[in-house]
Design a protein around this ligand. Structure first.
Ligand SMILES: Nc1nc2c(ncn2[C@@H]2O[C@H](COP(=O)(O)OP(=O)(O)O)[C@@H](O)[C@H]2O)c(=O)[nH]1
Ligand SMILES: [Mg+2]
Length: 158
């Protein structure tokens, strides 16, 4: 039986990931919430104890920013004529130079998802399904982890 579950909260910048964790943990001081993108720059965790000696740790992560460029970059650095599974593709990315530079925020997200049991993908329902979100999901699917969708901004039509 799983007694300790690790969940990464992931998704595009400014979609309410940190706000979701504040709500789930009943802690209005958790992390930084702002309407500016890029507020969460590092992975931050919060552990909740459940019944029967079980617990769940949520990991808040920075948002994906330029997912189209990231998808293209990962595709381009993969060795030609070699079949890699999804996790090897992500590991190749994490060991590449841009994981420390241009895509260092996204690298933090991917590293965390690989270290978790599952990911929660936060969606802003006010946005159409843009190609960059397809690319984000395609990248995350390489992790072989279950991905649960959470629809945010469901009660507003701003
Ligand atoms: N109206 C509304 N605003 C929200 C909701 N969730 C988050 N926000 C606001 O959206 C902005 C971005 O939220 P934040 O949690 O920092 O997003 P993150 O970058 O994905 O962590 C903040 O101004 C929040 O107050 C929601 O469900 N409804
Ligand atoms: Mg945040």
């Amino acid at each position: 039986m799983i007694t300790s579950l690790k969940l990464a909260i992931v998704g595009h910048a400014n979609f309410g990931k940190t706000s979701l964790l504040r709500a789930l943990s009943h802690n209005s001081h958790f992390g930084d919430v702002s309407d500016k993108p890029g507020t969460t720059r590092h992975v931050e965790s919060i552990k909740l104890s459940l019944a029967n000696n079980t617990d769940i740790t949520f990991y808040d992560t920075p948002g994906f920013e330029d997912s189209l460029a990231l998808y293209d970059y990962i595709t381009q650095i993969l060795p030609a004529n070699t079949k890699l599974d999804g996790i090897d593709k992500l590991t190749t990315f994490l060991q590449s130079p841009e994981a420390e530079n241009l895509f260092n925020q996204e690298a933090k997200v991917i590293r965390q998802v690989l270290n978790c049991d599952a990911a929660i993908y936060v969606i802003d329902v006010r946005e159409p399904v843009l190609p960059k979100y397809h690319d984000e999901l395609a990248i995350l699917a390489n992790s072989d982890k279950p991905i649960l969708a959470v629809l945010n901004f469901t009660s507003t039509k701003e």
